[in-house]
Write a protein that binds this ligand. Structure first.
Ligand code: SF4
Ligand code: SF4
Length: 393
């Protein structure tokens, strides 16, 4: 008689899914960059060379990243950043895209977002980026004179403006949508009008202003940003945007985010979400941190080596106090712009426990919210707003 053998219990080979969607920002060349911008949040003097991501890690990472997203996710975002992520070379991204295709189940869309200084773009790059629908962010500081003051070659003697514009023209030629990202600090706080109009003139339709982060070279070089200047800058952009009737034509993310969060109660940015902690970052050797701006020992989550599922890292990250408590600070509870601010980024909270940009956020958000507050924060409110303000039926 033949004895029937039972199969041994199936080992857990597939990583567990996370209960919530998450991102892990990837740095395919670490801090490596062909430029040396004065306020870089990586101390560039210490990182002269690109440190490539461990080659063998790409496949297990992509497999795990896709498998660990919640079952209901219909979109999975890969975010490539640096340093300068184009230094990883076209073949690196070709392989990444083919692995994404291989591991992504049917019906799920992959979105690749890449933040670049645009100086290394070529027609070959653009063909690839267009073919695979990459969303491109270009770092640009403003008109030539402003940009070249802060963003230059590694010797510090040649500004990168002309090279960036060449890159932007290539993106436009290949009809690749791009978002202009600009870091704001005290020295440019009076230039909101010039900077904004320059971007519009260049054909920029998606623009985002980001407050200086006090880390890396920004600290060493003495860069600062006061709350007053942050508010002043954003309000002058808002004024220009209104005066030129750019609603629906030029998307300034800082303004759009207020409208969308007011009506939907959900923020498109981690900075203004009620909680954060699901935007992690992985360094080139697999070191995972809770956030790109919290890359220290307290926010280190461990090493990705393919053994531990990424959902475990998500669970550890969201349990950390920085993300859980971001909107719970005392001064925020009675604030009448809290619904769109939510306390800002914990990386801007100073030693006395206050967000150092608070007054700036308040000045800007109260201004943008003024004409919106008369509408209810629900579907009917947004419909009335679209009808009356945008003329959309
Ligand atoms: S610490 Fe700041 S940048 Fe990081 S996830 Fe939180 S809000 Fe976003
Ligand atoms: S404006 Fe200031 S007080 Fe108000 S929610 Fe933002 S950080 Fe908190």
């Amino acid at each position: 008689m033949k004895i029937a053998f039972y199969d041994p219990p199936v080992l857990q080979t597939k990583p567990l899914r996370s209960a919530i969607p998450f991102h892990i920002l990837l740095k395919p060349v670490g801090a490596g960059c062909n430029l040396k911008c004065d306020y870089c949040y990586y101390p560039q003097s210490e990182q002269q060379k690109a440190v490539p991501m461990i080659k063998a890690m790409l496949e297990p990472f992509i497999k795990n990243y896709v498998a660990a997203q919640p079952a209901y996710s219909k979109e999975i975002n890969f975010v490539w950043q640096g340093g300068e992520p184009l230094l990883a070379g076209l073949d690196f991204y070709k392989r990444a895209v083919s692995l994404q295709k291989h591991y992504t189940p049917q019906g799920v869309r992959i979105i690749n977002t890449l933040q670049t200084n645009a100086t290394l773009l070529t027609p070959a790059w653009c063909r690839f980026l267009k073919q695979h629908d990459f969303i491109i962010g270009v770092s640009l500081d403003g008109p030539e004179e402003v940009h070249n003051r802060y963003r230059h070659n590694r010797k510090g003697n040649i500004g990168s403006y002309d090279e960036v514009i060449k890159g932007i023209r290539l993106l436009q030629q290949f009809e690749i949508e791009f978002n202009i990202l600009t870091v704001i600090h005290d020295d440019v706080a009076d230039l909101g009008r010039e900077i904004y109009l320059h971007f519009v003139q260049l054909g920029g339709r998606y623009i985002q202003f980001q407050p200086l982060m006090l880390e890396g070279d920004a600290l060493g070089q003495g860069f600062t940003l006061s709350a007053e200047n942050w508010g002043k800058f954003l309000n002058s952009v808002y004024q220009q945007w209104q005066q030129h009737h750019h609603l629906g034509k030029v998307f300034v993310m800082n303004i759009e985010q207020v409208y969308s969060q007011y009506f939907t109660q959900v923020s498109t940015s981690c900075v203004h979400s009620e909680r954060c902690g699901t935007n992690m970052m992985m360094e080139t050797k697999g070191e995972i941190y809770a956030c790109d701006h919290q890359a220290d020992q307290r926010h280190y989550l461990g090493l990705f080596n393919g053994e531990k599922g990424l959902s475990d890292f998500v669970n550890s990250s969201v349990a950390l106090p920085f993300g859980q408590n971001k909107s719970r600070r005392k001064e925020c509870q009675q604030c009448d712009v809290k619904m769109v601010c939510q306390g800002g980024c914990p990386a801007h909270v100073n030693q006395s426990g206050r967000n150092q940009l608070c007054e700036g956020y308040y000045a800007f958000f109260s201004n943008v919210l003024k004409p919106v507050r008369q509408y209810a924060r629900n579907a009917q409110g947004v419909q009335s707003w679209r009808r009356e303000v945008l003329g959309i039926r």
